[in-house]
Design a protein around this ligand. Structure first.
Ligand SMILES: CC(=O)N[C@H]1[C@@H](OP(=O)(O)OP(=O)(O)OC[C@H]2O[C@@H](n3ccc(=O)[nH]c3=O)[C@H](O)[C@@H]2O)O[C@H](CO)[C@@H](O)[C@@H]1O
Ligand SMILES: C=C(OP(=O)(O)O)C(=O)O
Length: 513
């Protein structure tokens, strides 16, 4: 654990003791568990910016703000050799969808095993700002108890938090059941080039939701569809659009058939959750979903979010690029099959355990051990496809992997306009990476990685790729302003350090020397 976390922990303990509070009293003020306060005070908890804000407010200690002013950075010293095993945590993308879906339910929703990441904090801030009560519970404060009020107040929405996420779009589907008109701020998220919202509008229109985009806000008006059955073909097989349509269908009476739907992991988690709320759904994991909506949902429900295939791929990549043997436990194999097949073609040695089931009772998991291997470039270009293809968010990891392989690889990112450009930054670490055009990277390996100081690109997966390259690199890298990584990964430096990485977390500017 970094000395910064320990120093902040001591400051918090002193502040609490000075007020005569027990750890439990501070936990109650923060809406968290006593065990979490214990970890914070011992410097064993990765503190999100919003938690620091809450601590500073609860203890009335502006000093905490001052001590942590500036940007959070990672200092990585390599080259790294990893060993041991690490468990995959639950996904950002399912967590945000399920948080939005909790708005459909008038009963108490308990989401278990949520990753403590910035993106979840942003959605929690938005939900709280419109009247939802949320409490972190459970031993490790990883379970969230959520209760919505009788009447939500979208007019008081936390605009700043909302604009930092793409997922705010998924408030459209749930809120259309409560209001005739409402407003939402424009969506944010990773800067990957233009990301259309048209497919959302086109699908939701069929449920009676009209949306006009004006001056930074979506103005929504609802004229509920009264047909007993509707067939909707999505114009794109997108994940969040499928989720929005599912949330619109969940409380629209009658049958909704969604075609060209995504069967991806976060959509499956949402379907399993909606089923627990009493919504009948057929076709989960396929491109046709048949949903029988119910007018009112009032169920006390608990749901375990499933493991993140993108985090699994990130951790496997950490082992591969450092030429180490590590076991990544709890990999959701259904969503990694193409990735594993491509790695095998490239010569990656792997062992796989027998399958077991995730806590959600549905998702199939395996433990994957990667072993030091001599990789060769794949014969064909590597490109992503909607599920069940190679996951769109896993493509960037192949850029780092190909840079360690012998020969010439082509990575084809047809999905995003800007992502290949962010990956070009691997060249700063010594990789031979050329942009053939905005969507194609030519990579010639193997690479003699070398550390350097670099700003995180404004995109989550490319930023993690730079972190992984830094781990493989000789020398020191200062990776600056890592908010974007903490948006989607929980305690990543601490967890990689437990495998043998050398990553220090620090605030502000790096030392000049
Ligand atoms: C919160 C969340 O869950 N985010 C994920 C979700 O975002 P989300 O579902 O919001 O992704 P988008 O709708 O932005 O789609 C991503 C890009 O793919 C293009 N596209 C998508 C499908 C298709 O059939 N044709 C097509 O061209 C879109 O035009 C867009 O440029 O899915 C993306 C693609 O898996 C992931 O990168 C994001 O991590
Ligand atoms: C692109 C991503 O996220 P978002 O949709 O939240 O921008 C991602 O998770 O890689």
């Amino acid at each position: 654990m970094s000395t910064t976390s320990q120093a902040i922990g001591t400051m918090i303990r002193d502040g609490r003791v000075a007020r005569g509070w027990s750890q439990q009293r501070l936990a109650d003020e923060l809406g968290t568990a006593q065990s979490a306060v214990h970890r914070i005070e011992n410097g064993q908890q990765n503190l999100s910016l919003s938690m620091i804000d809450r601590l500073a407010d609860a203890l009335d200690m502006p000093l905490i703000h001052t001590a942590t002013e500036g940007k959070l950075n990672f200092q990585i010293t390599g080259p790294t050799k990893l060993s041991g095993d690490i468990a995959v945590r639950t996904s950002k993308n399912a967590a945000v969808a399920l948080l939005c879906a909790s708005l459909l339910n008038r009963g108490t929703t308990v989401l278990r095993g949520i990753a403590r990441i910035e993106e979840v904090d942003r959605i929690c801030e938005v939900l709280t700002s419109i009247g939802v009560t949320m409490k972190w519970i459970g031993d490790r404060s990883q379970d969230l108890e959520i209760r919505r009020p009788e009447v939500l107040t979208p007019a008081t929405i936390n605009q700043r938090a909302a604009r930092r996420t793409r997922s705010i779009l998924m408030f459209l589907g749930p809120l259309m059941h409560d209001f005739d008109t409402f407003e939402l701020p424009y969506a944010g998220g990773c800067d990957l080039g233009a990301r259309t919202v048209h497919p959302h509008m086109s699908a939701l229109r069929r449920f009676g939701l009209g949306v006009e985009a004006t001056d930074g806000q979506y103005q929504a008006s609802v004229d509920k569809c009264t047909l007993s059955e509707r067939h909707i073909t999505l114009v794109e097989r997108g994940d969040t659009v499928t989720e929005n349509a599912l949330m619109a269908a969940a409380r629209t009476e009658g049958v909704s058939v969604l075609r060209n739907a995504s069967g991806n992991y976060m959509v499956q988690d949402l379907c399993f959750f909606l089923q627990k709320l009493g919504v009948r759904i057929e076709g989960i994991g396929t491109t046709t979903l048949r949903v029988e909506g119910v007018k009112n949902i009032d169920v006390d429900v608990e749901y375990f979010i499933s493991e993140d295939p993108i985090e699994a791929m990130s951790l496997l990549t950490a082992g591969i690029v450092t030429n180490s043997e590590i076991t990544v436990r709890r990999c959701p194999i259904e969503f990694l099959e193409v990735e594993i097949a491509v790695l095998e073609e490239m010569g990656q040695q792997m062992e796989m355990s027998a399958e077991y089931t995730s806590n959600n009772g549905c998702t199939r998991l395996v433990d994957v051990t990667v072993k030091p291997s001599k990789l060769v470039a794949p014969l064909d270009k590597i490109h992503p496809m909607p599920f069940p293809g190679l996951n769109i968010d896993n493509l960037p990891f192949f850029a780092v992997i190909c840079a360690t392989a012998e020969g010439q690889s082509v990575i084809y990112d047809w999905v995003y306009d800007n992502r290949a450009i962010h990956l070009k930054k691997l060249a700063d670490f010594g990789a031979n990476v050329q942009l053939m055009d905005a969507h194609r990277l030519l990579i010639i390996g193997p690479t003699r990685w070398r550390g350097r100081n670099i700003e995180c690109p404004p995109a989550l997966r490319p930023a993690v790729c730079l972190l992984l390259a830094a781990m493989a690199s000789r020398g020191t890298t200062n990776l600056l302003d890592v908010y974007v990584i903490n948006r989607g990964y929980e305690d990543l430096p601490q967890r990689l350090n437990a495998l043998g990485a050398n990553i220090n977390v620090f605030w502000g500017e790096p030392n000049a020397d």
